[in-house]
Design a protein around this ligand. Structure first.
Ligand SMILES: Nc1ncnc2c1ncn2[C@@H]1O[C@H](COP(=O)(O)OP(=O)(O)OP(=O)(O)O)[C@@H](O)[C@H]1O
Ligand SMILES: [Mg+2]
Length: 216
Protein backbone atom coordinates (compact mmCIF):
# COMPACT_ATOMS: atom_id res chain seq x y z
CA UNK A 1 0.00 0.00 0.00
CA UNK A 2 1.43 3.36 -1.01
CA UNK A 3 -0.39 5.74 1.31
CA UNK A 4 -1.62 4.05 4.45
CA UNK A 5 -3.48 5.93 7.13
CA UNK A 6 -4.18 3.85 10.21
CA UNK A 7 -6.51 4.71 13.11
CA UNK A 8 -5.81 8.40 12.70
CA UNK A 9 -7.28 10.76 15.28
CA UNK A 10 -6.83 14.50 15.50
CA UNK A 11 -8.14 16.62 18.35
CA UNK A 12 -7.67 20.35 18.74
CA UNK A 13 -7.52 21.75 22.23
CA UNK A 14 -9.60 24.91 22.23
CA UNK A 15 -10.89 27.25 24.93
CA UNK A 16 -14.26 25.51 24.61
CA UNK A 17 -12.61 22.12 25.22
CA UNK A 18 -11.23 19.32 23.09
CA UNK A 19 -12.50 19.29 19.50
CA UNK A 20 -12.31 15.86 17.83
CA UNK A 21 -11.95 16.65 14.12
CA UNK A 22 -10.65 13.38 12.68
CA UNK A 23 -11.97 10.19 14.27
CA UNK A 24 -10.42 6.85 13.55
CA UNK A 25 -9.61 7.47 9.89
CA UNK A 26 -8.35 4.55 7.80
CA UNK A 27 -7.42 5.16 4.18
CA UNK A 28 -5.40 3.07 1.76
CA UNK A 29 -4.27 4.41 -1.59
CA UNK A 30 -2.31 2.36 -4.11
CA UNK A 31 0.57 3.77 -6.11
CA UNK A 32 -0.69 5.50 -9.27
CA UNK A 33 -4.27 5.91 -8.05
CA UNK A 34 -6.18 9.16 -8.42
CA UNK A 35 -8.48 9.35 -5.44
CA UNK A 36 -10.88 12.17 -4.75
CA UNK A 37 -12.58 12.48 -1.35
CA UNK A 38 -15.58 14.67 -0.72
CA UNK A 39 -16.45 16.15 2.65
CA UNK A 40 -18.57 19.05 3.86
CA UNK A 41 -17.04 22.36 4.87
CA UNK A 42 -15.49 22.01 8.31
CA UNK A 43 -15.41 18.19 8.19
CA UNK A 44 -11.63 18.16 8.55
CA UNK A 45 -10.42 17.89 4.95
CA UNK A 46 -7.57 20.39 5.26
CA UNK A 47 -6.71 18.92 8.66
CA UNK A 48 -6.36 15.46 7.11
CA UNK A 49 -4.15 16.72 4.27
CA UNK A 50 -1.96 18.59 6.76
CA UNK A 51 -1.34 15.30 8.62
CA UNK A 52 -0.33 13.61 5.35
CA UNK A 53 1.86 16.55 4.33
CA UNK A 54 3.54 16.41 7.75
CA UNK A 55 2.60 20.04 8.48
CA UNK A 56 0.85 18.90 11.66
CA UNK A 57 1.01 15.84 13.91
CA UNK A 58 -1.88 13.48 14.58
CA UNK A 59 -3.14 13.05 18.13
CA UNK A 60 -2.87 9.29 17.59
CA UNK A 61 -2.52 6.81 14.74
CA UNK A 62 -0.16 7.17 11.84
CA UNK A 63 0.39 8.04 8.20
CA UNK A 64 2.81 5.99 6.12
CA UNK A 65 4.07 6.74 2.62
CA UNK A 66 5.71 3.78 0.94
CA UNK A 67 6.00 2.05 4.32
CA UNK A 68 7.73 5.04 5.93
CA UNK A 69 6.06 6.90 8.77
CA UNK A 70 5.45 10.60 8.12
CA UNK A 71 7.09 12.73 10.81
CA UNK A 72 7.35 16.04 8.93
CA UNK A 73 7.21 17.64 5.48
CA UNK A 74 9.30 16.08 2.70
CA UNK A 75 9.93 16.27 -1.05
CA UNK A 76 8.09 12.95 -1.53
CA UNK A 77 4.80 14.88 -1.05
CA UNK A 78 3.74 17.83 -3.19
CA UNK A 79 0.93 20.01 -1.92
CA UNK A 80 -1.47 22.30 -3.76
CA UNK A 81 -3.36 24.47 -1.30
CA UNK A 82 -6.94 25.65 -1.11
CA UNK A 83 -6.04 29.32 -1.56
CA UNK A 84 -3.61 30.87 -4.02
CA UNK A 85 -0.19 30.63 -2.46
CA UNK A 86 2.19 31.86 -5.14
CA UNK A 87 4.63 34.54 -3.99
CA UNK A 88 3.35 37.71 -5.70
CA UNK A 89 6.80 39.29 -6.13
CA UNK A 90 8.31 36.27 -7.88
CA UNK A 91 7.81 35.30 -11.52
CA UNK A 92 6.00 32.07 -12.36
CA UNK A 93 9.34 30.35 -12.96
CA UNK A 94 10.85 31.63 -9.70
CA UNK A 95 7.76 30.39 -7.87
CA UNK A 96 8.01 27.00 -9.58
CA UNK A 97 11.65 26.52 -8.63
CA UNK A 98 11.47 27.93 -5.12
CA UNK A 99 11.33 24.51 -3.44
CA UNK A 100 14.38 23.33 -5.39
CA UNK A 101 16.25 26.51 -4.39
CA UNK A 102 15.47 25.75 -0.74
CA UNK A 103 16.80 22.22 -1.27
CA UNK A 104 20.06 23.74 -2.59
CA UNK A 105 19.63 22.51 -6.18
CA UNK A 106 22.01 24.46 -8.49
CA UNK A 107 20.48 27.18 -10.66
CA UNK A 108 20.95 25.48 -14.05
CA UNK A 109 19.34 22.28 -12.84
CA UNK A 110 16.40 24.00 -11.21
CA UNK A 111 15.82 26.12 -14.34
CA UNK A 112 15.73 22.94 -16.45
CA UNK A 113 13.43 21.13 -14.06
CA UNK A 114 11.03 24.06 -13.56
CA UNK A 115 10.95 24.72 -17.33
CA UNK A 116 9.98 21.12 -17.89
CA UNK A 117 7.11 21.21 -15.38
CA UNK A 118 5.92 24.61 -16.62
CA UNK A 119 5.66 23.02 -20.06
CA UNK A 120 3.76 20.06 -18.53
CA UNK A 121 1.15 22.50 -17.14
CA UNK A 122 1.14 24.60 -20.33
CA UNK A 123 2.70 27.76 -18.86
CA UNK A 124 5.96 28.01 -20.82
CA UNK A 125 4.89 31.31 -22.39
CA UNK A 126 4.12 32.74 -18.94
CA UNK A 127 7.30 31.73 -17.14
CA UNK A 128 8.40 35.37 -16.80
CA UNK A 129 4.95 36.64 -15.80
CA UNK A 130 4.02 37.65 -12.26
CA UNK A 131 1.14 35.78 -10.54
CA UNK A 132 -1.01 38.95 -10.79
CA UNK A 133 -0.87 38.60 -14.58
CA UNK A 134 -2.38 35.10 -14.49
CA UNK A 135 -5.99 33.94 -14.43
CA UNK A 136 -7.18 31.81 -11.48
CA UNK A 137 -6.82 28.56 -13.44
CA UNK A 138 -3.31 29.54 -14.56
CA UNK A 139 -2.34 30.39 -10.95
CA UNK A 140 -3.39 26.92 -9.84
CA UNK A 141 -1.53 25.34 -12.77
CA UNK A 142 1.58 27.27 -11.66
CA UNK A 143 1.00 25.95 -8.13
CA UNK A 144 0.75 22.41 -9.56
CA UNK A 145 4.05 22.92 -11.43
CA UNK A 146 5.62 24.14 -8.18
CA UNK A 147 4.37 21.02 -6.39
CA UNK A 148 5.57 18.69 -9.19
CA UNK A 149 9.02 20.20 -9.58
CA UNK A 150 10.48 18.24 -6.65
CA UNK A 151 9.15 15.08 -8.34
CA UNK A 152 7.00 13.99 -5.40
CA UNK A 153 5.60 10.47 -5.15
CA UNK A 154 2.16 11.83 -4.32
CA UNK A 155 0.34 15.04 -5.12
CA UNK A 156 -1.96 16.26 -2.33
CA UNK A 157 -4.60 18.72 -3.45
CA UNK A 158 -6.79 20.67 -1.05
CA UNK A 159 -9.83 22.00 -2.94
CA UNK A 160 -7.48 23.40 -5.57
CA UNK A 161 -10.23 24.61 -7.89
CA UNK A 162 -12.68 25.90 -5.30
CA UNK A 163 -12.22 29.53 -6.33
CA UNK A 164 -12.62 28.94 -10.07
CA UNK A 165 -15.70 29.46 -12.20
CA UNK A 166 -17.47 26.33 -13.45
CA UNK A 167 -15.96 26.38 -16.98
CA UNK A 168 -12.41 26.83 -15.74
CA UNK A 169 -13.02 24.18 -13.11
CA UNK A 170 -14.16 21.68 -15.76
CA UNK A 171 -11.14 22.52 -17.89
CA UNK A 172 -8.91 21.90 -14.85
CA UNK A 173 -10.56 18.50 -14.25
CA UNK A 174 -9.71 17.40 -17.79
CA UNK A 175 -6.26 18.86 -17.33
CA UNK A 176 -5.74 16.88 -14.09
CA UNK A 177 -6.88 13.61 -15.65
CA UNK A 178 -4.54 14.19 -18.59
CA UNK A 179 -1.64 15.11 -16.28
CA UNK A 180 -2.26 11.99 -14.20
CA UNK A 181 -2.32 9.77 -17.30
CA UNK A 182 0.89 11.32 -18.62
CA UNK A 183 2.88 11.26 -15.37
CA UNK A 184 1.41 8.22 -13.57
CA UNK A 185 1.69 10.14 -10.29
CA UNK A 186 -0.48 9.21 -7.30
CA UNK A 187 -3.04 11.93 -6.55
CA UNK A 188 -5.16 12.49 -3.46
CA UNK A 189 -7.54 15.35 -4.02
CA UNK A 190 -10.03 16.69 -1.54
CA UNK A 191 -13.08 18.80 -2.21
CA UNK A 192 -16.43 19.80 -0.72
CA UNK A 193 -17.99 19.80 -4.17
CA UNK A 194 -19.70 16.58 -5.20
CA UNK A 195 -19.91 17.93 -8.76
CA UNK A 196 -16.14 17.98 -8.76
CA UNK A 197 -16.06 14.29 -8.06
CA UNK A 198 -16.96 13.39 -11.63
CA UNK A 199 -15.75 10.66 -14.04
CA UNK A 200 -16.27 8.41 -11.13
CA UNK A 201 -16.74 5.14 -9.51
CA UNK A 202 -18.05 5.74 -6.03
CA UNK A 203 -17.24 3.63 -3.02
CA UNK A 204 -17.92 4.36 0.63
CA UNK A 205 -15.31 6.08 2.71
CA UNK A 206 -16.03 6.26 6.43
CA UNK A 207 -14.46 9.67 6.85
CA UNK A 208 -15.90 11.53 3.91
CA UNK A 209 -19.24 11.25 2.22
CA UNK A 210 -17.98 9.73 -0.94
CA UNK A 211 -14.81 8.22 -2.18
CA UNK A 212 -14.31 8.64 -5.85
CA UNK A 213 -11.87 6.67 -7.84
CA UNK A 214 -11.00 7.83 -11.31
CA UNK A 215 -10.64 5.24 -14.05
CA UNK A 216 -7.41 5.60 -15.97
N1 LIG B 1 -5.42 24.81 14.50
C1 LIG B 1 -6.70 24.61 14.84
N2 LIG B 1 -7.12 24.83 16.11
C2 LIG B 1 -8.40 24.61 16.49
N3 LIG B 1 -9.35 24.17 15.65
C3 LIG B 1 -9.00 23.93 14.39
C4 LIG B 1 -7.67 24.14 13.90
N4 LIG B 1 -7.62 23.81 12.58
C5 LIG B 1 -8.86 23.41 12.26
N5 LIG B 1 -9.69 23.48 13.32
C6 LIG B 1 -11.12 23.10 13.34
O1 LIG B 1 -11.23 21.81 12.78
C7 LIG B 1 -12.40 21.70 11.98
C8 LIG B 1 -12.01 21.23 10.58
O2 LIG B 1 -11.25 22.24 9.93
P1 LIG B 1 -10.67 22.03 8.47
O3 LIG B 1 -10.03 23.31 8.06
O4 LIG B 1 -9.85 20.80 8.41
O5 LIG B 1 -12.02 21.80 7.64
P2 LIG B 1 -12.25 21.66 6.07
O6 LIG B 1 -13.02 20.40 5.85
O7 LIG B 1 -10.96 21.81 5.35
O8 LIG B 1 -13.21 22.91 5.76
P3 LIG B 1 -13.34 23.82 4.44
O9 LIG B 1 -14.12 23.01 3.44
O10 LIG B 1 -14.12 25.00 4.92
O11 LIG B 1 -11.96 24.15 3.96
C9 LIG B 1 -13.08 23.05 12.03
O12 LIG B 1 -14.08 22.99 12.99
C10 LIG B 1 -11.97 24.00 12.46
O13 LIG B 1 -12.49 25.07 13.19
MG1 LIG C 1 -10.22 23.18 4.00
Amino acid sequence: MFLKITNLNKNFETKAGSLAVLKDINIDIEQGEFICAVGASGSGKSTLLRQIAGLDRPTSGDVKIDGKRVTGPGPDRGMVFQHYTLYPWMTVQENAEFGLKMQGVPKKERREQSSYYLSVVGLTDFSKALPSELSGGMKQRAAIARALVSEPKILLMDEPFGALDIHTKEAMHSFMLDLWKRTGITIFMITHDVEEAVFCQIASMPWAHVRVQFAR
